[in-house]
Design a protein around this ligand. Structure first.
Ligand code: 16G
Length: 246
C-alpha cells in the first residue's frame, strides 16, 4: 500500500520534470497509458493515478479517447511589485488583449458598500465600472472588474478601453497607482464566469480584491477572477529581526 502510493508520485514527478525542463512543450502529447506502464513498470491504475494528479495540478489536460497533453505553463506573478495586467504580460513576452463586457457609470446607495468605503466616497458618488475579459496570447486569463472615482477621471468612458491600459489612462490623469493593498481568496467559478474563462463550471480561481492608491489617495477598487490553472503567485519572505532580550 505504502509502496504503491510513492510509485504514483514518482511517475508524476518524472513527467512533471519532463514538462518543467521543456522536454515536453505546451500541447505536446504524453506517451499513451500502455507506453507509460511499460516505461515505469507500474500497474495501469498507478499510471492513471499519476496522470490524475498531474491533471489536478494543472500540468496536463486530457482529451477523451485521444490521450493526455501538456497544459500551457502557469504565469508567475510576483506579489511584491505593482504591475498592471498589460505591463505584466509584456514583461513575460505575452501579447495582452481585452474584451470589454461592461463599461458604465454607477452610483452606489449603500453607505456600507466596500467599494465606497475603499474609495472614500459618499453614497451616490459617481464611479466608472469596467468589466473586462483579459487575455494573454488569445487565452482568457482574468475577469477584471475595475471601479474608479469618476470625478478624478473625466471622460473616462470615451477612451478605447478595449485597446488601452487603464493604468496608462490613470497615469495621464495624474493618478497612476503607486501602491495597493490586495487580498486573495480561493473560489470555485460560477457557470457564467467559467464560460468566459473557457474552463469547466466549478473550476478553481483566485478572487483578488485590490485597492490601489496614488500618493495615498484611493483611486481604484478592483475585483478580479484569475484562472486557477494558469496563475501562480510568488512572494519574497523576510525574517522578522527580533532582539534576543525579548
Ligand atoms: C491588474 C490589477 C487591476 C488593474 C489592472 C490594470 C491585479 C490583481 N489587478 O490586473 O487592479 O485594474 O491590472 O491593467 O494585479 P491595465 O492597465 O492593463 O488595464
Amino acid at each position: 500500500m505504502h509502496k504503491n502510493q510513492s510509485v504514483y508520485l514518482d511517475i508524476a514527478e518524472s513527467i512533471r520534470n519532463d514538462i518543467e525542463k521543456r522536454r515536453l512543450g505546451a500541447h505536446a502529447r504524453l506517451p499513451s497509458e500502455p507506453e507509460l506502464v511499460r516505461r515505469f513498470g507500474a500497474a495501469r491504475a498507478t499510471v492513471r493515478r499519476a496522470l490524475a494528479k498531474l491533471q489536478n495540478d494543472g500540468l496536463i489536460y486530457s482529451r477523451r479517447a485521444v490521450g493526455s497533453f501538456v497544459a500551457e505553463p502557469r504565469i508567475d506573478q510576483d506579489l511584491d511589485q505593482l504591475f498592471s495586467f498589460t505591463e505584466f504580460m509584456v514583461y513575460h513576452g505575452i501579447k495582452p488583449a481585452s474584451k470589454v463586457i461592461t463599461a458604465e457609470a454607477q452610483r452606489i446607495d449603500s453607505p456600507d458598500s466596500p467599494l465606497l468605503r475603499s474609495l472614500a466616497l459618499r453614497p451616490r458618488a459617481k464611479v466608472w465600472h469596467v468589466r473586462r475579459l483579459r487575455l494573454g496570447g488569445k487565452q482568457p486569463l482574468v475577469i477584471a472588474n475595475t471601479w474608479l472615482p469618476a470625478a478624478r477621471f473625466p471622460g473616462f468612458l470615451a477612451q478605447d478601453l478595449e485597446r488601452r491600459s487603464i493604468y496608462d489612462i490613470m497615469n495621464e490623469a495624474g493618478c497612476k497607482p503607486t501602491d495597493a493593498i490586495q487580498t486573495m481568496e480561493a473560489i470555485t467559478l460560477a457557470p457564467q464566469e467559467a464560460k468566459l474563462l473557457d474552463v469547466a463550471p466549478g473550476s478553481s480561481a483566485f478572487l483578488i480584491r485590490r485597492v490601489a492608491y496614488s500618493k495615498g489617495v484611493p483611486v481604484e477598487y478592483a475585483v478580479d477572477y484569475y484562472r486557477g490553472d494558469r496563475t501562480k503567485f510568488r512572494v519574497r519572505l523576510g525574517v522578522l529581526e527580533r532582539s534576543h532580550q525579548d
